[in-house]
Design a protein around this ligand. Structure first.
Ligand code: SAH
Length: 383
């Protein structure tokens, strides 16, 4: 992981000012009402912020001078600070973004011939402690604010080229970076509504995907408040193994998760859920595991599977399954009629692949300290 000696603190001159990136459209309209301004003014400014990626009120030419002065005095457009911007050989980009003086998270852009996907973080670290994920091993500091979530997209969009809104290089967003997005529900929903809003980034519901380790009550709540796509990190289709890999399974076991997914589908006919399954050598990649997964998927016939070859990180006890095993696992699922994709590993030369995002987390759970100590003592299985 990149070592960053000191993270610069917040933008100069921003102290005490309201960050407009914290508001969705309604919030911005309400804020403008408080300033004694008409709601359509909020929408004008919103367009400047998200269509033109403009942060300087002085350049918002169709906004009156008096309002510009008012805005300058009380608020700012404050994206996170870019600490490191790295490009991989395959075109993948990774940003290390400073969120405050002590913490940084990562966002990753993955270009493909027909789309460009941005992977966004929702928390500084993660409290779920999934055994095979390097973010989990970093411990947890805090939830990201709405501005810090949508700000990742704002920074990436700006740095990928200030093209016209219609030609944006980010066509898809996945909430698959650091953190459990459903554990930071309100801020994540507000940020995703900015991703979806026509005056925001204007992405269709199919192009904004939230990935969860399976926070059952929040899956239901999500389906009630916003139209986005859902991915669920499964990794094992039997409770014993899943609890070992994803400790949250103890609280929300497979039967409950299955029922929540069925309710999601019932509420949103014609949609599908993607189940992510990270393949780890000898752990969850055997024919019997595929059989269990097939049985699980029978209860969710319109859904699909996304196989992810495990991406190693320092200190992990897991290994990636061999190519042959991965192919056999995929074939077994395909032969059972289950739509199964294999996620190509991208950006692993810059540690930007799934599960490799670590950022700089000022851990408050003391988990990372314990782990670091055990790794230093030569305990290879510490992670
Ligand atoms: N907490 C959410 C969002 C993180 S998503 C969730 O669990 O869904 C990150 C995705 O990458 C998840 O599917 C996660 O299980 C997977 N992942 C984590 N560590 C990985 C690793 N080392 N190799 C491959 N995939 C990994």
């Amino acid at each position: 992981m990149n070592q960053v000696a000191a993270i610069p603190s917040d933008q100069p001159g921003a102290a005490g000012k309201v960050n407009l990136l914290d508001f969705d459209r309604q919030g911005l309209r309400d804020f403008f009402a408080q300033l004694g301004e008409k709601p359509y003014r909020a929408e004008q400014v919103m367009k400047w912020i998200y269509h033109h990626l403009e942060s300087d009120f002085g350049n918002m030419t169709d906004v009156g001078k008096a309002l510009r002065a008012k805005l300058e005095a009380s608020c700012h457009v404050g994206p996170p600070q870019t600490l490191v911007d790295k490009a991989a050989a395959d075109g993948t980009h990774k940003w290390l973004l400073g969120m405050d003086g002590r913490n940084a998270v990562e966002a990753v852009y993955i270009p493909e011939p027909t789309r460009g996907t941005l992977c966004v973080s929702s928390q500084i670290g993660c409290a779920l402690n999934c055994q095979f994920c390097s973010t989990g091993a970093q411990g947890f500091n805090r939830n990201l604010a709405t501005a810090e979530i949508i700000g990742q997209m704002w920074v990436a969009a700006k740095q990928l080229g200030n093209v016209t809104h219609q030609n944006r290089r980010i066509t898809n967003v996945v909430m698959m970076g650091m953190g459990e997005p459903l554990a930071n529900f309100d801020n994540v929903v507000r940020a995703m509504s900015l991703m979806r809003d026509d005056l925001g980034f204007g992405l269709a519901s199919k192009r904004v995907t939230l990935s969860t380790a399976g926070m059952v009550p929040m899956i239901d709540k999500l389906s009630e408040v916003i139209d986005v796509s859902l991915a669920v990190s499964l990794h094992a289709a039997n409770d014993e193994l899943r609890t070992e890999l994803v400790p949250l399974n103890k609280r929300y076991p497979l039967a409950e998760l299955t029922a929540a997914c069925q309710r999601w589908i019932a509420r949103k006919p014609r949609t599908s859920i993607t189940f992510e399954y990270t393949l780890m050598k000898g752990v969850n990649d055997q024919p019997e595991h595929a059989k269990q997964l097939i049985r699980f998927m029978r209860k969710l016939p319109t859904c699909k599977v996304n196989l992810i070859p495990f991406n190693p990180f320092p200190g992990t006890r897991f290994e990636r399954s061999d190519a042959e095993t991965i192919r056999a696992f995929q074939t077994q699922l395909l032969n059972a009629g289950i739509l199964t994709m294999l996620r190509r590993t991208r950006g692993d030369d810059i540690d930007a692949a799934c599960g490799q995002l670590a950022g700089q987390v000022n851990d408050r759970t003391r988990r990372s300290a314990g782990i670091r100590q055990r790794v230093e003592q030569g305990e290879a299985h510490a992670l």
